[in-house]
Design a protein around this ligand. Structure first.
Ligand code: GTP
Ligand code: MG
Length: 205
């Protein structure tokens, strides 16, 4: 899958404000500062598409990016940012919940986790919520450039085992770096396969 065009299609806080044109959506979520917006930029080959920041809590809205005029990448706010005020956190939670529960075109959610750290309690709780709402997801371990290959591999293996304590099977797992472009092809090819399956299901119906 190649991205030939990526256009900002709008920001929203509730699904009623989403872009009018409906296309399959692939959304990115994870703890604040994990690298969601940077990864979207890396996949699209445009560092200025989604706003990023070294300070957590940058993305506060649901941002749609129209890809190749056929599908959306969706940048979501982060969860689990401890330093945010209680009301700010509740608001963000509401934006995330509204999107996850009510988006008719959400096909798959990429849940991002920092490849340097153990899986956080907030991540496990979030995955469990996804299970309850039957939302298909894949996992991406981000910031792979921040440590050497052996340490990276060991931490990712450890994290997979931590997830398997709560889940019978692992979802698709990717490793990415927005700095080096690692994981780009794998993630885009995976999206391409999911879209192909979707199209062939539609033609069968
Ligand atoms: P919120 O919108 O606040 O939830 O954060 P986010 O998950 O969108 O993170 P964002 O993409 O804004 O990145 C947070 C910080 O991490 C920024 O300073 C990025 O430059 C940095 N960063 C993101 N991805 C990578 C990566 O793969 N490698 C390195 N070295 N830094 C990264
Ligand atoms: Mg962001």
């Amino acid at each position: 899958m190649k991205i030939t065009e990526a256009l900002f299609a709008g920001s929203s806080t509730r699904v009623t404000e989403r872009p009018k044109q409906s296309f399959p959506e692939f959304a990115f979520i994870g703890r604040s500062n994990v690298g969601k917006s940077s990864l979207i930029n890396m996949l699209c080959g445009n560092r200025k598409l989604a706003m990023t920041s070294s300070k957590p809590g940058k993305t506060k809205l649901v941002n749609h990016f129209l890809i190749n005029r056929k599908w959306y990448l969706v940048d979501l706010p982060g969860y689990g940012y401890a330093k945010m005020s209680e009301s700010g956190r509740r608001q963000i939670q509401q934006v995330i919940r509204n999107y996850l529960n009510l988006s008719p075109d959400l096909i798959l959610l990429f849940v991002l986790m920092d490849s340097r750290h153990d899986v956080a309690k907030a991540d496990i709780e979030f995955l469990n919520e996804l299970g309850e709402s039957n939302i298909p997801f894949a996992i991406i371990f981000t910031k792979a450039d921040k440590q050497g290959p052996n340490v990276l591999r060991a931490q990712v293996e450890k994290n997979k085992l931590q997830i398997l304590e709560f889940w019978e099977e692992l979802p698709p797992v990717f490793i990415s770096s927005s700095e080096t472009g690692a994981g780009r092809e794998e993630i885009l090819d995976y999206i391409g396969t999911v879209l192909d399956n979707l199209n062939s299901q539609e033609t069968k119906q």
